[in-house]
Design a protein around this ligand. Sequence first.
Ligand SMILES: *[C@@H]1O[C@H](CO)[C@@H](O)[C@H](O)[C@H]1NC(C)=O
Ligand SMILES: *[C@@H]1O[C@H](CO)[C@@H](O)[C@H](O)[C@H]1NC(C)=O
Ligand SMILES: *[C@@H]1O[C@H](CO)[C@@H](O)[C@H](O)[C@H]1NC(C)=O
Ligand SMILES: *[C@@H]1O[C@H](CO)[C@@H](O)[C@H](O)[C@H]1NC(C)=O
Ligand SMILES: *[C@@H]1O[C@H](CO)[C@@H](O)[C@H](O)[C@H]1NC(C)=O
Ligand SMILES: *[C@@H]1O[C@H](CO)[C@@H](O)[C@H](O)[C@H]1NC(C)=O
Ligand SMILES: *[C@@H]1O[C@H](CO)[C@@H](O)[C@H](O)[C@H]1NC(C)=O
Ligand SMILES: *[C@@H]1O[C@H](CO)[C@@H](O)[C@H](O)[C@H]1NC(C)=O
Ligand SMILES: *[C@@H]1O[C@H](CO)[C@@H](O)[C@H](O)[C@H]1NC(C)=O
Ligand SMILES: *[C@@H]1O[C@H](CO)[C@@H](O)[C@H](O)[C@H]1NC(C)=O
Ligand SMILES: *[C@@H]1O[C@H](CO)[C@@H](O)[C@H](O)[C@H]1NC(C)=O
Ligand SMILES: *[C@@H]1O[C@H](CO)[C@@H](O)[C@H](O)[C@H]1NC(C)=O
Ligand SMILES: [Cu+2]
Length: 566
Amino acid sequence: MGPRKGLLPLLVRLVLFHGLFICMVSAKRHHQSFELRETPITRLCENKTILTINGQFPGPTLHARYGDTIVLNVTNRAKHNFTIHWHGVKQLRNPWGDGPEYITQCPIQPGATYGYEIVFTDEEGTLWWHAHSDWTRATVHGAIVIHPRIGKKYPFVKPLKEFTVILGEWWKSDVNDVLQEMLQTGGGPNNSDAFTINGQPGALYPCSKSDIFREKVFPGKTYLLRLINAAMNDELFFGIAQHRLKLVGMDGKYLKPFYTDYVMITPGQTMDLLIETNQTPNIYYMAAHAYSSGNVPFDNTTTTAILEYANITSSSSPSIPTLPTFNDTEAANNFTKKLKSLASEEHPAFCPQTINKHIYIAVSVKTKPCETASCVLANNRSLSASLNNISFVFPNISILQAYSQGINGVYDTRFPKRPPYYFNFTGDNLPETLLTPRRETQVKVLKFNSTVEIVYQGTSLVEGENHPLHLHGYSFYVVGWGTGNWDSVNHPRNYNLVDPPLINTVGVPRKGWVAIRFRANNPGVWFMHCHLERHLSWGMDTTLIVRNGKGPDAKMQPPPADLPPC
Ligand SMILES: *[C@@H]1O[C@H](CO)[C@@H](O)[C@H](O)[C@H]1NC(C)=O
Ligand SMILES: *[C@@H]1O[C@H](CO)[C@@H](O)[C@H](O)[C@H]1NC(C)=O
Ligand SMILES: *[C@@H]1O[C@H](CO)[C@@H](O)[C@H](O)[C@H]1NC(C)=O
Ligand SMILES: *[C@@H]1O[C@H](CO)[C@@H](O)[C@H](O)[C@H]1NC(C)=O
Ligand SMILES: *[C@@H]1O[C@H](CO)[C@@H](O)[C@H](O)[C@H]1NC(C)=O
Ligand SMILES: *[C@@H]1O[C@H](CO)[C@@H](O)[C@H](O)[C@H]1NC(C)=O
Ligand SMILES: *[C@@H]1O[C@H](CO)[C@@H](O)[C@H](O)[C@H]1NC(C)=O
Ligand SMILES: *[C@@H]1O[C@H](CO)[C@@H](O)[C@H](O)[C@H]1NC(C)=O
Ligand SMILES: *[C@@H]1O[C@H](CO)[C@@H](O)[C@H](O)[C@H]1NC(C)=O
Ligand SMILES: *[C@@H]1O[C@H](CO)[C@@H](O)[C@H](O)[C@H]1NC(C)=O
Ligand SMILES: *[C@@H]1O[C@H](CO)[C@@H](O)[C@H](O)[C@H]1NC(C)=O
Ligand SMILES: *[C@@H]1O[C@H](CO)[C@@H](O)[C@H](O)[C@H]1NC(C)=O
Ligand SMILES: [Cu+2]
């Protein structure tokens, strides 16, 4: 029988993490089900059909407490292959439940069901789930809220109420047509037609005013806003008119709180923000628009929602928050600079101080010779992307299946631990000879419990852009970052090894670098990729295989019986 049948793990789970034994006596198992459906919907004056879970857009919120497990039957009642990923949930020893298509499983095909086991360990705060197959995540996503254990409190003032703001991206066309067209023409994807807040574009778009998302609040209170960037291709600035935001958590971990007028949130990230309703009772807009770091086309529209104080007798027309302009990289960096772990007694930081495995990865948008008859770039080329010059190719069966069954020929373990060729990564006018990547299924193998540092080096090939790099199976400490080329001698001297933020998606700054650290104590097969969907589709991806260690607590669980076959 598979791992999900044991009774003992329900009651007392011994979790080996950060070298500590944590005994969780009250962890619960919740049972739920999701159905993928084709659902009619009207936005921006037009009708279309989208993929949803249970007919809801955004999808249902999952609730749990620290250390719980959710067993979730997912049935495909649509015509499209799909899978679901529980973004930011470590899934300790359970890569079978992680979800990325052809990495940890084959898709759930039309008519089929798969029971995901979502195993929470040290996550607390806000995470989210989304489809991980083609571009289906555009409409197939929702929030995950993880409350403290019973008897435990938030490390901040108890809010009167909590609400979720999911930032999304909307095309009038079917998103998979946008993807197919992008791959056919070899150029960039069409810009989206709107951004959305909780599925609604808001007051600044046609046919959208009356359905705008509204949150009603009482004056003089504190609210917890759980913010999720579920957009496909854009980092976003977000703010609320005349209200400061107090950032207290990110990616399911607590931060040292600080006040800010705006946040810059990349696709994949989540933020917990306290809002004090200390302004004149009125109606205020929340708003989000793109932070476009490179010189590439983007959707320059603004999505809004309403924060509405109770019992307003007369209201002026609501004001829009003043957000940094679309290309304000300094404002984006100023914000990111302030992120630090809470690092308190109850929520300590365990950043690795010494490193066994150093990995240096050049992150590039590239071009390659066209493979279809209709490429739009000069010289019959198409856009591509790579990590260390490897443009990732998805295999036909999952890497996890191939790894666990010892099937050869599915992937290769020679992902380079440093760029194969050193050049001025962030230089101008780079030669075209650097553009063409290798197209292969390359993975990186890591020893169990090794301490790993990865430096992501942005390059200015094609266009220097901010890349939100996401790692499955782990949260990592962001110990340093800067602009220009990483200097292996001088930059590490200024790393923050005391209270670096612990997150799962990090923006590699435009024409800059970022260094992350983690202990490889979660055995399995873990996808690592840019969370801009167009870059993921172009190959800005790889996979880490973390080997089993000694003893049963250091080994992957066996596969569940209902794992979807290829
Ligand atoms: C991992 O390494 C740390 C530090 O060396 C050690 O304390 C811990 O026991 C190791 N964990 C396992 C499961 O080997
Ligand atoms: C999930 O599926 C299993 C096996 O098909 C079934 O036994 C169980 O009742 C289902 N649970 C829910 C909540 O639907
Ligand atoms: C959208 O569908 C509704 C009913 O389903 C219909 O009344 C309406 O005319 C349609 N709108 C457009 C723009 O096609
Ligand atoms: C993309 O935009 C072009 C130009 O506006 C349009 O002709 C085309 O139909 C769009 N493609 C999709 C899939 O929406
Ligand atoms: C958005 O871009 C369009 C052209 O693509 C331009 O006409 C418009 O002024 C821009 N809007 C904003 C708010 O920058
Ligand atoms: C709003 O009005 C209702 C009914 O008139 C009243 O019960 C409530 O206390 C008022 N709330 C505030 C915040 O003033
Ligand atoms: C941002 O764009 C504006 C024009 O839209 C330009 O004038 C300005 O120089 C740009 N700023 C940066 C930092 O690139
Ligand atoms: C960034 O921070 C610096 C130092 O605090 C400040 O001088 C500058 O005005 C800020 N820039 C922006 C765009 O917010
Ligand atoms: C571009 O390359 C493709 C694939 O080699 C070929 O089919 C196509 O004819 C080429 N197009 C042009 C304009 O050369
Ligand atoms: C790399 O390119 C940048 C931008 O052109 C330049 O400022 C820098 O001096 C170059 N570095 C080296 C080592 O050539
Ligand atoms: C990338 O790989 C291709 C194909 O092997 C090779 O021709 C090219 O020189 C490599 N580029 C870099 C920058 O390493
Ligand atoms: C759906 O998944 C199966 C199993 O991997 C695959 O054989 C099939 O081609 C996929 N269908 C589509 C339309 O991609
Ligand atoms: Cu990217």
